[in-house]
Design a protein around this ligand. Structure first.
Ligand code: NAD
Length: 290
């Protein structure tokens, strides 16, 4: 396929490189980052989009997605797919899809989980929203860049799945960290706590696969001084998107709201910026009951 790739940052660059390695012709554009080897440098977003079967965007937020979509839609060929893999608000994804459809394009929102490691290894999980024929057209690309793709329904549903998943993740990570901090004060050994919880009803991905306690459970950012991994800043971004969505549809999400407030203080006031999101554990152990 001829593929346009706009947004070649930490995630986009390795994803584009994997498409090149699989034999696709990739034209890339980023306003700051260089093109990875094998990706042909376009003069701007419109040139990257021109004549492409699929245009992939991997951008910071919904406002930038809207701006880039506004630049490229008129340059895309009818029947082409606009595939946004960024994490953005549900409404931006739905609005962009509507504008694209009016120009005879198929728009898919397909945010990812798996982080920079998953992007480099081609093991991302894609959560896709949009038309069935759009999903079918880009499915071979999901296979190259990832290991799993779930079609979640119409436009915006990929973003909905992503923020619901990450709201659960933020809440369970906080719960796991505060439970470890309580266990410490009760004199319960962290390894014993892990041995019990990881095989009991308190188990979760946060405990079992990404344990926030150093030296306990499988290797995780906790074992590397909380170097991300998945940065607390990115967790805050996703939690804010969950709260923006909850407000828009009048959904009661008190735990998501509390997690957002905690990660906001952690990132903005408590030196959490740039640390892994599991660094909530030392944050809790260094504090007393409020
Ligand atoms: P990044 O900041 O490294 O990359 C974004 C790139 O977009 C930058 O290189 C920037 O120069 C470029 N850009 C911004 N405006 C542009 C424009 N108008 N035209 C062209 N290029 C433009 O971010 P990232 O870590 O690669 O994340 C990208 C997206 O993926 C985000 O939405 C993020 O939430 C999501 N995501 C990131 C991770 C992660 O672990 N980094 C994991 C899952 C999802």
């Amino acid at each position: 396929m001829k593929i346009g790739f706009i947004g070649l940052g930490n995630m986009g660059a390795p994803m584009a490189a994997n498409l090149v390695a699989a034999g696709h012709e990739v034209w890339g554009f980023d306003m700051a980052a260089p093109c990875p080897e094998g990706v042909q440098a376009a003069s701007g977003a419109p040139q990257a989009a021109e004549g492409a079967d699929v245009v992939i965007t991997m951008l910071p937020n919904g406002a930038i997605l809207r701006a880039v979509a506004g630049e490229i839609i008129a340059h895309m060929s009818p029947g082409a797919v606009l595939l946004d893999c960024s994490t953005v608000d549900v409404q931006s994804a739905r609005d962009v899809a509507e504008i694209a459809a009016k120009s005879g394009l198929m728009a898919m929102d397909a945010p990812v989980s798996g982080g920079v490691g998953g992007a480099a290894a081609g093991t991302l999980t894609f959560m896709a929203g949009g038309p069935e024929d759009g999903f079918a057209k880009v499915a071979p690309l999901f296979e190259i860049m990832g290991q799993k793709a779930v079609h979640c329904g119409p436009s915006g549903n990929g973003q909905a799945a992503k923020i619901c998943n990450n709201m659960i993740l933020g809440v369970t990570m906080i719960g796991t960290c505060e439970a470890f901090a309580l266990a410490d004060k009760l004199g319960l050994d962290r390894q014993k706590m892990f041995d019990v919880v990881s095989t009991s009803s308190g188990y979760s991905w946060s405990m079992n696969a990404y344990c926030p306690a150093p030296g306990v459970g499988p290797q995780s950012p906790a074992d590397n001084d909380y170097t991300p991994g998945f940065a607390a800043d990115l967790m805050l971004k996703d939690l804010r998107l969950s709260q923006q969505a909850a407000q828009a549809v009048d959904a009661d999400t008190p735990m998501g709201q509390a997690a957002t407030a905690l990660y906001q203080s952690f990132v903005e006031e408590e030196d959490g910026a740039g640390k892994d999101f599991s660094a909530m554990l030392p944050r809790f152990t260094s504090r007393r009951r409020m």
